[in-house]
Design a protein around this ligand. Structure first.
Ligand code: AMP
Ligand code: GLY
Length: 415
């Protein structure tokens, strides 16, 4: 099987490594890729991630499957364009990608499907916004409706700040605040059936102790020793299956990865958000643990070949990933700094997220530079492995959180 993978981050590096482990894979091509990916697969520059260049490359390489990493091409309808030329795509159609592309659309689907989520109002003017803010009270949760690359959501006790953020967008969703821990749980769907992956937890704030601004994700771990034992079954029956069913009933089946961001509140599980693609950095902890051959799995999903009885196989290991970010990330990342010391200890992996080669020397080229994943028999060992590999790396001004999976590892040891 020949696969073209689209994307250039840590998620795609982890996908590339896992796809290559599948004996059914004969060729892996990646566009645009990054220097880490280029060590294991041919990469191709893309002039912008636009539909035409992706379709043209897929045709030129005569691949059997295209796997789309990031959300933007999906929301732009690349899966529809690939379908027109007869190339299967792992990733939803433009219509189905609206589950990520529009918070208002996602709310409507959840409402029709009976999926539990935060109560919300969609507002288009100041009077509606103020009414909604006062209806729910603090803490205020304000979400811009469209794709916002992680900058669209503000959670604050400051009503003036909430109002200011709301007024920056022509359509906003204002919703009730959800307490309780967050869990990311991914379903792989062929449009009819859905298979759940294991849960992971993502650390969204920039600094230790969940301080500082929201980021794309500073680290993650899996599995979650503290999570209810039926979390996968429950999410399948309350969230993933009803959503997949609803999307099919609307004539816009969801094929690809349905990312459910959940809050485990005192009143039960609620969906915080849907995404239409693999999460980053959750993918960097899930895929190193996945034993099921990934290329075959994604091909079956893209071509209607799943059944509800299929189960994924996982190693017994725990995995922890820690993101090394550029100085100034997320506000104003300083890029172009040399990176040295990538020499992971056995059982750990360094996934490139924002790197490029300048005269043959590795440099930072993005806010999140590397995702360093450690694996081990438990979270303590996995953390140790990740942080030891990370401590060998130098990047001027680089920063990372020192508390990824720390509380969970302490609680696990205490059990
Ligand atoms: P989203 O882009 O919807 O995932 O929101 C980004 C982050 O904002 C989430 O991961 C949560 O930490 C927080 N958030 C979003 N919605 C809510 C909510 N209703 N209650 C509390 N926190 C939220
Ligand atoms: N880990 C958050 C995201 O992928 O959106």
């Amino acid at each position: 099987m020949k696969i073209l993978l689209i994307g250039s981050g840590g998620r795609e590096h982890a996908l590339a490594v896992a796809l290559k482990r599948d004996p059914a894979l004969t060729e892996l091509h990646v566009a645009p890729g990054n220097p880490g990916i280029a060590e294991i697969a041919p990469t191709y520059p893309l002039s912008g991630i636009d539909n035409d260049s992706i379709v043209a490359l897929a045709q030129k390489l005569a691949v059997d499957l295209v796997v789309i990493g990031p959300e933007l091409p999906l929301v732009n309808g690349v899966a529809d364009e690939l379908k027109k030329v007869g190339i299967p795509c792992f990733g939803p159609s433009k219509a189905a990608a609206q589950l990520e592309g529009s918070k208002d659309f996602a709310k409507k689907v959840m409402s029709d499907a009976g999926v539990p989520t935060a109560k919300s109002f969609t507002c288009t003017n100041q009077a509606e916004i103020e009414k909604a803010l006062d209806h729910f009270g603090a803490p205020y949760v304000v979400k811009h409706d469209g794709l916002a690359a992680g900058k669209g959501v503000v959670v604050t006790d400051d009503r003036a700040l909430a109002l200011e953020h709301a007024l920056q967008s022509s359509q906003v969703v204002i919703e009730e605040f959800l307490d309780g821990p967050e869990v990311s749980l991914f379903g792989i769907s062929d449009g009819t059936h859905v298979i759940a992956m294991q849960p992971a937890q993502d650390f969204k704030r920039a600094f230790d102790g969940d301080q500082g601004p929201n980021t794309g994700g500073m680290g993650a771990y899996s599995p979650l020793p503290w999570a209810p034992s039926d979390i996968i079954e429950q999410t399948l029956s309350e969230v993933l299956n009803p959503t997949i069913k609803e999307m099919a009933a609307r004539g816009t089946p969801f094929v690809g990865l349905l990312y459910a961001g959940l809050a485990l509140t005192t009143r039960g599980t609620r969906v915080i958000e849907f995404n239409a693609r693999f999460g980053d950095p959750e993918t960097e902890v899930l895929l190193p643990r996945l034993k099921t051959p990934l290329a075959t799995l994604l091909y079956n999903a893209a071509t209607g070949g799943l059944t509800n009885e299929m189960d994924l196989e996982w190693t017994q290991d725990s995995a922890v990933t820690v993101v090394l970010a550029s100085a100034g990330y997320p506000t104003s990342p300083v890029i172009g700094e040399p990176i040295t010391g990538i020499d992971p200890i056995p059982g750990s992996f360094v996934f490139h997220a924002g790197t490029s080669l300048k005269d043959g020397v590795l440099h930072s080229s993005g806010g999140r530079v590397l995702a360093v994943t450690g694996t081990g028999a438990d979270l303590t060992e996995a953390r140790d492995s990740a942080y030891r590999s990370l401590s060998r790396i130098t990047l001027r001004g680089g920063h990372y959180r020192s508390d990824i999976a720390l509380n969970a590892s302490i609680a696990e040891k205490g059990n």
